[in-house]
Design a binder for this molecule. Structure first.
Ligand SMILES: [Zn+2]
Length: 421
């Protein structure tokens, strides 16, 4: 389903109090081609370094945006804004691109409260806890899985996420993996086949047979619903040779690789990602200098997922080291019921700034433009002409407040594809 990325993220009807508007309909704009001016923006992050202060964020003070249909038509100084059909007053708030959450696991059932509770009481995290979610997911109905998915999507949207990627990986049979991807593909175009999350418990004695299944019958059943293929390359999951076989097979079926790499230990994942031109190597917590050099020399984005380290009390990935080496860094939630049960990108931004050496500007860029890069997209993650009109309004004068005021619900309003949701 490598079709155009224009399916709607299922959205709740947010009971937000409307901002002042002088137009007959401030929520129009998606299909009529009518134009809407959003003005009185105290601080606008465009992620276009040819705009505003010419920084990577392309910051414009006292800014305005014009939306034409579902796209950004104009961005600039509010005093120079062109005439439009409709007009919305942003009330002197900050506006940023909608967050691009390029790594989540949202097709699942059950929860792992007890596992988290035990871990916070001193027990170590290993890859095996995934089996608990596999059992619950297999037992769930399609309706239950979809209800759960849309619940977390709505939660993410309320926190400013306008694009998300999600994966299979809790079915681990041909039917259950294809079912997860079919359900996910009704809600996003960024769907990832992760049959190689762990070796299925049904194949515990014969991992090679499971790899053969993943690269054969399971891949055939799943490829029509997915854009990406992923593998958990880690001790206790899949080694480098297995990961290479799985990603190579996926690529032959038209799926592009991304990898769970170097999360719990040093390993071959990151260098394999760069070698295979994976769009992203995700986690990147344990890196050698050679891993960092490989990322800096290739087109693979390093996607950091601090919710996982937070929820497992693990050492943080060193974002500063990657940024200083010139690596493109994305920041995402890894939302999943085991190791990172948060859908909040603002929370991840606060962690990245507090504990991973990122500046507030770098963290914001990584959670928007960085996520877009990790999905190899240029039509999202920025507020510049031609991009989708995905905007998050903050109850704050600046994006810096996302890290400065951690845990505070600062997202006031979200626009997706030119429509207030
Ligand atoms: Zn993950």
């Amino acid at each position: 389903m490598n079709s155009g990325p224009d399916r709607a993220l299922s959205a709740p009807t947010a009971p937000e109090d409307a901002m002042s508007s002088t137009s007959p309909s401030s929520t129009s704009g998606s299909k009529t081609g009518s134009t809407t001016l959003i003005t009185n923006i105290a601080s606008l992050v465009t992620n276009d370094s040819s705009l505003g202060d010419r920084s990577p964020l392309g910051l414009i003070q006292d800014a305005a945006v014009v939306i034409d249909g579902d796209r950004i038509a104009w961005t600039g100084d509010s005093r120079k804004a062109p005439a439009t059909d409709n007009r919305v007053d942003a009330g002197g708030r900050a506006v940023i691109p909608g967050f691009v959450d390029s790594h989540s696991h949202l097709v699942f059932a059950g929860d792992r409260t007890q596992e988290f509770n035990a871990r916070m009481s001193g027990r170590a995290y290993s890859a095996g806890g995934i089996r608990t979610t596999v059992a619950a997911t297999r037992a769930a109905s399609d309706e239950e899985l979809e209800r759960n998915l849309t619940h977390y999507l709505a939660e993410a949207l309320r926190q400013g996420t306008t694009t998300f990627e999600t994966k299979s990986g809790y079915g681990l049979t041909v039917e259950d993996e294809a079912r997860a991807l079919r359900i996910a593909s009704a809600h996003t175009d960024e769907v990832t086949f992760l049959g190689a999350h762990i070796v299925s418990p049904d194949y515990a004695d014969d991992p090679a047979a499971y790899v053969a299944l993943v690269t054969g019958e399971m891949l055939d059943a799943c490829a029509p619903y997915a854009r990406w293929i992923d593998v958990f390359c880690e001790k206790g999951a899949f080694d480098g040779d297995q990961a290479r076989a799985i990603l190579t097979a996926g690529r032959a079926k038209g799926l592009h690789p991304r990898i769970h790499a170097n999360q719990l230990s040093y390993g071959p994942g990151v260098q394999l990602a760069v070698e295979l031109d994976a769009a992203s190597a995700d986690h990147c917590t344990h890196l050698t200098d050679a891993d960092v050099d490989a990322l800096a020399s290739g087109a693979t984005v390093a996607t950091l997922l601090p919710g996982a380290e937070f929820s497992t009390r693990a050492a943080w990935p060193d974002a500063r080291r990657l940024l200083d080496a010139g690596v493109t860094v994305a920041l995402s939630t890894d939302c999943n019921p085991g190791s990172s049960f948060t859908s909040s990108v603002p929370f991840c931004i606060a962690l990245a700034v507090r504990d991973m050496g990122m500046t507030p500007d770098e963290a914001l860029w990584s959670a928007t433009a960085g996520g877009a890069a990790a999905l190899r997209r240029t039509d999202i993650g920025r507020v510049a002409p031609g991009a989708y009109a995905d905007l998050t309004f903050l109850n704050a004068p600046s994006h810096v407040h996302l890290a400065y005021r951690p845990g505070v619900p600062l997202v006031r309003e979200v626009w997706r594809r030119g429509v207030r949701v």
